[in-house]
Design a protein around this ligand. Structure first.
Ligand code: ATP
Length: 325
């Protein structure tokens, strides 16, 4: 692990009137890391990211990026970061090329250097063939690639991407993930927010979970799944009607119905020891259930997240961020 963080957030608070949007957020991100920032709607992601991107100021706390404080040296920070907002305007009569060219000029590129940079960025984001298309005639996926292209123009070392995959269809999402992976291979530090827990899990080195403005977990997807619960999730299938299984689960201690399925149920077992699981399976069979399938499920990240929230603050559990439809 590198000794010096490239992003350092300390005791960040931001309130709006009587809403505490961000409440004591602290974390470090090291050069080259890809970190997923996950939380439900209203959890405080955009507020945190906007402060990091020098677009808002905290009520209390500090953020340093590449060694510069975002409040005192916003220009230095802006030169180092690429910010991709969750919403951005499109202009009716502006083509993809004109849009990127405008930002290229704003970033100070001149003459052939600007043309070369635009070619590189359009090539990377697969926009070359769309150069002359008006930007308000692009699909959502193309628009997101254009916004990413704009974010990359000045070749920033840190990328702050606010829900870049929101609203993309599965194909466009896969394509976007591929671009993020390529950028990670180039050594960029990437801070990316999303609701798509499982997708971020495989793409990120670590995950930062925020709930009610507070960080509730920072670690790998695996560590979240390990820590969150000592329970086992078992997929039980029976021959014929699953109703007797449902009734059996209700009558027996140590097992809880998670959801009914066409041929059985997803069942949570209160302990994850082989002897316990074997004893329950034996009882199911001796009680007359015709069990034809009994296998442990890998814990879904979403389930792990909910369990972890219950541990952090059992009385207040925000519904989990759902995967994209
Ligand atoms: P989403 O996934 O819906 O974008 P988020 O995690 O990004 O949510 P934020 O946008 O940071 O959440 O909002 C956190 C809280 O702060 C919410 O309760 C929101 O209503 C509130 N909030 C954010 N910006 C403002 C503002 N400018 N004025 C008042 N309240 C705000």
């Amino acid at each position: 692990m590198h000794a010096t963080p490239i992003i350092s957030v300390r005791n960040l608070h931001r309130s709006f009137d009587n809403v505490q949007a961000v409440c004591g957020v602290t974390f470090d991100i090291f050069p080259g890391q890809v970190v997923g920032f996950i939380g439900a709607n209203g959890a405080g992601k955009t507020t945190t990211m906007r402060i990091m991107a020098t677009l808002d100021t905290p009520t209390i706390g500090t953020v340093e990026i590449s060694g510069s404080d975002v409040i005192n040296f916003p220009d230095r920070v802006r030169a180092k970061i690429g910010w991709m907002p969750d919403n951005f305007g499109t202009y009716e009569h502006m083509t993809v090329f004109e849009y990127l060219d405008f930002y290229g000029r704003a970033f100070g590129y001149k003459g052939e250097a600007r043309s070369a940079r635009l070619r590189e960025v359009m090539d990377f984001t697969d926009l070359t063939e769309l150069a002359e298309r008006p930007m308000n005639k692009l699909s959502k996926g193309m628009t997101q690639r254009l916004c990413l292209g704009r974010t990359l123009l000045h070749d920033p070392e840190v990328l702050i991407l606010d829900e870049p995959a929101a609203g993309l269809d599965p194909k466009a999402r896969v394509e976007f993930k591929r671009l993020v992976r390529l950028l990670a291979q180039q050594g960029k530090t990437i801070f990316i927010s999303s609701h798509i827990l499982s997708e971020l899990g495989e793409m990120c080195d670590s995950l930062l979970f925020i709930d009610g403005g507070r960080i509730v977990h920072h670690g790998t997807a695996e560590s979240l799944q390990e820590q969150a619960s000592a329970q086992a999730l078992i997929d039980v299938q029976v021959a014929g009607d699953p109703e007797p299984l449902r009734q059996w689960i209700q009558l027996n201690p140590g097992v809880t119905l998670v959801e009914m399925r066409k041929r059985g149920a997803r069942v949570s077992f209160e302990r994850d020891e082989p002897e316990f699981l074997a004893a329950i399976l034996k009882k199911m069979i001796t009680d007359g259930l015709v069990v034809i399938e009994f296998h442990r499920e890998g814990r879904k990240l979403e389930d792990a997240f909910v369990d972890m929230l219950k541990k952090v603050e059992p009385s207040r559990v925000t519904p989990p961020p759902l995967p994209m439809p």
